[in-house]
Design a protein. Structure first.
Ligand SMILES: Nc1nc2c(c(=O)[nH]1)N[C@H]1C(S)=C(S)[C@@H](COP(=O)(O)OP(=O)(O)OC[C@H]3O[C@@H](n4cnc5c(=O)[nH]c(N)nc54)[C@H](O)[C@@H]3O)O[C@H]1N2
Ligand SMILES: Nc1nc2c(c(=O)[nH]1)N[C@H]1C(S)=C(S)[C@@H](COP(=O)(O)OP(=O)(O)OC[C@H]3O[C@@H](n4cnc5c(=O)[nH]c(N)nc54)[C@H](O)[C@@H]3O)O[C@H]1N2
Ligand SMILES: [Mo]
Length: 771
């Protein structure tokens, strides 16, 4: 079955094609075609059918492309183009053979693109790079565990090791991983969420007592108004478009707030409906607010101010007085603060006209049930936590929480990032969880908080962290300040990556390095008691089972659960009362412990076997209960802040193309934005280009400007004239990470500010070679 040695061509960035304007609609017939085609070519009909037809089905596996929920009424093709890409990328029968490691020194692999690395195929056996050598070499699983085990046991303090998690890890593996790490003696559990929705968790935790969405899937179809902020669902949560279409058909209006006119926000052609194939599809956004980068906080304050003004004009008729009186605190302070809102500052920050903000306020006032969704365009800013608190303020004023069709909805990214957090992957889990964990396994978990993702880089750089272990992900590829991150990783003694496929983090290593290959979610996980399933939680807290459906690509792969249990046996043994060997044989035993430790997961083994799984309790959503120190939802006062840009500079955001999953690059096109055969582009508005004296098609060097005066630069990027908001530019992540300073983080959540880097564009010193 396995196939080896694919020929993968690196792109030549000189060949980039720009095909004019952004598309104004997404996902009709081309969506279906693009969904099926790669799977059929790469996997053959049988493997493609066993994976794609099982995607998001009851006895199949959970799509690993995003955390969007499954509707109660699933269809056979309950997947999207990008889900199909993710599945194909994982379930490909192409594998990396033993000879690969002798042929390719690490120093060579490091020069390769993420695209080339990922296209080499699946990792199939553990490999080890000794200190001072430039090659990995195959080792046995036992040798691999001995190397990590000896290193961890030899450290002077457990806090000299750090244990990263990406968001694809199952609940079962995540629960055991955090148990192992805490039994070892540290809370150093940074995760991808630190770079992602940490700001949402932070702001919502403080204001409403829970860091998760306060809505269920069905609420979309019940809403009168849905405001989508800083999110590009057409590419990153394509199945959300179906929910939005249903909402529209039920009478909802939709507002999109974004510096870019993203195709998926404008019009949607549902491939499962006739009018989606031959008609013009559904117009989605009723209003598009082309906000400036980082201007959302001002926008939310301005709308709340208008709501309060409307109440003042007609007392007793606008606010939800009963809800505010019973469930909220802080109304008077908020009123007093917004009374002094500087409207001129709002217009500067947002780049919008006052009438546009008036229109949004009118829509909000007319709607009884409002949902606000958001993603990275909101969370990855310096003022992200305050911005999300302002979103909560606006919702609370009219009781848009804990009633059908209304609520706050951060849309999570990785398919199980929310579940991993529920299972204890967080460097600062609350005392109640730690107590329950200690009691269940008869040990005393460490009390000091651990370090997050940014702090991990700092401590690796400064020598405090000696061992880096990653459960999935691509840490140095995903974190900010690429050069600093590379140097920090190289300053460690040992780096260990538990991965499905090759990426940058396998090529930038500690002195010694290990790659431990693992099963993916598509694959049958056969253990002593039979085929195992795992469980995951989506963005609306629904927990359900995921069953692999295809044969693993290689016989020696271990599941994530098996890797953690075997490592734990070497390192912590019976210092905690845990049946590590038993867990590997039968995942029900893990779920029995989850049931005792994780609140909301009581009776886990039974509930997870129910049709569709179960939904975790959520105070604000279920009963308007707010687990804050006062027991009330908190309206908060936040000083208006926005991104200032010196003359001659632009604010640059980093975002995803349509052909990638985070650092995984499936291809070099970005269909909806009209880019082909390359990624090294920078999108700038025609007006800004004229002002800066630059032309479409010209090559520029992008210089980051930051207070530490470090020269961060991306060379030779092609300028694309594009209708983005004035003063705002855009480039792709992860390339743009070179420009994001490590210390540029959101206040409170420490999330890297990936959506607002001040840059100066200069004509390229050296133009790229034309082939
Ligand atoms: N196919 C695919 N699916 C994915 C992923 C993927 O890479 N590929 N990644 C997954 C992950 S981990 C995540 S977190 C999500 C990410 O999902 P998104 O958050 O949609 O991802 P980004 O591409 O970062 O898009 C950010 C959007 O916010 C807008 N934006 C940027 N700054 C601002 C701002 O200041 N204000 C406003 N209002 N808008 C702004 C951008 O123009 C862009 O439309 O998707 C998940 N799903
Ligand atoms: N500039 C900038 N930086 C960003 C962002 C941005 O918008 N702009 N977004 C941030 C966000 S939202 C996130 S979530 C992070 C993402 O950060 P990460 O989660 O660390 O990165 P990914 O690219 O998703 O990780 C992909 C790798 O995971 C491994 N993998 C895939 N499936 C599995 C599996 O089932 N098990 C295991 N063990 N490994 C697996 C594969 O080896 C693959 O190469 O990046 C952040 N960085
Ligand atoms: Mo994310």
């Amino acid at each position: 079955m396995a196939r080896k040695n694919p020929k993968v061509e690196e792109v030549n960035e000189a060949d980039i094609e720009v095909t004019g304007h952004p598309k104004t609609w997404v996902a009709g017939v081309p969506g279906v075609y693009h969904s099926m085609e790669p799977a059929l070519t790469h996997m053959g009909v049988s493997r493609a059918a066993k994976t794609l037809l099982a995607l998001n089905q009851k006895d199949g596996f959970d799509c690993m492309s995003c955390a969007w929920p499954d509707p109660g009424h699933r269809k056979t093709f309950e997947f999207c183009e990008n889900g199909a890409k993710a599945v194909t990328w994982e379930a490909t029968p192409v594998v990396i053979g033993s000879e690969f490691w002798a042929e390719h020194p690490v120093s060579e692999l490091r020069q390769r693109s993420e695209y080339w690395l990922g296209m080499q195929g699946r990792l199939t056996e553990p490999v080890y790079k000794p200190a001072g050598e430039d090659h990995y070499r195959p080792v046995s699983w036992d040798q691999a565990f001995t190397i990590v085990g000896d290193k961890l046991k030899g450290l002077a303090s457990s806090d000299q090791a750090t244990f990263y998690t990406s968001g694809r890890t199952s609940n079962e593996a995540a629960f055991l991983y955090q148990l192992f790490v805490r039994a070892y003696g540290t809370n150093n559990l940074p995760d991808c969420s630190n770079m992602c929705h940490e700001s949402s968790g932070w702001a919502m935790g403080q204001t409403i007592g829970v860091g998760k969405a306060t809505i269920a899937y069905d609420d979309f179809a019940k809403a009168d108004l849905i405001i989508i902020m800083g999110q590009n669902p057409g590419t990153n949560h394509p199945r959300m478009l179906t929910a939005l279409e249903e909402a529209k058909e039920a009478g909802a209006s939709i507002v999109a707030v974004n510096p870019l006119p993203e195709a998926g926000l404008m019009r949607y052609k549902n491939p499962q409906k006739v009018k989606g194939i031959v008609g013009r599809g559904t117009d989605l956004a009723d209003q598009f607010l082309q906000v400036r980068l980082g201007g959302d906080m001002a926008l939310m304050q301005a709308v709340s101010k208008r709501v309060l003004d409307a109440e003042a004009a007609n007392p007793g008729t606008v606010l939800d007085h009963q809800f505010l009186a019973e469930h909220c605190e802080g109304l008077e302070e908020l009123q007093a603060h917004l009374a002094g809102l500087d409207e001129a500052a709002v217009l500067r920050a947002t780049g919008l006209r006052a009438e546009e903000i008036d229109e949004l306020a009118d829509r909000y006032l007319r709607a009884d049930k409002v949902i606000i969704t958001w993603a990275m365009g909101i969370t990855q800013h310096k003022n992200a936590v305050a911005t999300i608190k302002e979103i909560i303020n606006l919702l609370l004023l009219r009781g848009n929480m804990g009633k059908p069709g209304a609520g706050a909805s951060p849309i999570r990214g990785h398919s199980n990032v929310q579940g991993d957090r529920t299972m204890g992957i967080w460097e600062q889990m609350p005392p109640a969880f730690m107590d329950a964990l200690g009691k269940e396994f008869s040990f005393d978990p460490p009390h000091e908080h651990g370090i997050d993702a940014v702090e991990t880089v700092r401590q690796m750089r400064d020598g405090g962290i000696k061992v880096f272990v990653a459960m999935g992900g691509n840490f140095v590829g995903a974190i900010s300040d690429t050069d600093a991150a590379f140097a920090a990783m190289e300053n460690t003694d040992l780096s260990v990556q538990i991965s499905t496929k090759l990426n940058r983090s396998h090529t930038v290593t500690g002195a010694e390095a290990l790659i431990l290959p693992t099963l993916g979610r598509t694959e049958i996980d056969m253990q002593e008691s039979g085929a195992q399933f795992v469980s995951v939680e989506d963005t609306v807290s629904a927990v359900h089972a995921s069953h692999g459906t295809v044969r693993p690509v290689a016989p020696d792969l271990l599941s994530e659960v098996a890797i953690v249990t075997r490592l734990a046996r070497k390192v912590v043994g019976d210092s905690v009362q845990a049946d590590w060997a038993g867990f590997e044989k039968n995942y029900d035993l893990i779920r029995d412990h989850i049931a005792h430790v994780v609140s909301g997961c009581e009776d886990y083994n039974r509930k997870i076997r129910q049709d569709g799984g179960f939904v975790l309790p959520n105070g604000p959503r279920d009963s308007r209960e707010f687990n804050t120190p006062t027991g009330k939802a908190m309206l908060t006062v936040n000083e208006l802040e926005h991104v200032e840009r010196p003359a001659g500079t632009l604010i640059l955001q980093s975002m995803r193309s349509h052909d990638q999953f985070n650092t995984t690059i499936y291809g070099n096109n970005d269909r909806y934005r009209g880019i082909k055969k390359g990624r090294e582009v920078v999108f700038v508005s025609p007006e800004d280009l004229a002002e800066l004296g630059l032309n479409d098609g010209q090559h520029v060097d992008i210089h980051g400007i930051y207070q530490d005066n470090v020269d961060r630069v991306l060379r030779n990027f092609r300028v694309v004239s594009y209708p983005t908001a004035r003063g705002c530019a855009a480039a792709y992540y992860p390339e743009a990470n070179v420009l994001v300073p490590l210390d540029s983080v959101a206040e409170g959540s420490q999330t890297p500010v990936s959506k607002a880097v001040i840059v100066r564009l200069e004509p390229a010193a050296v133009a790229p070679a034309v082939t």
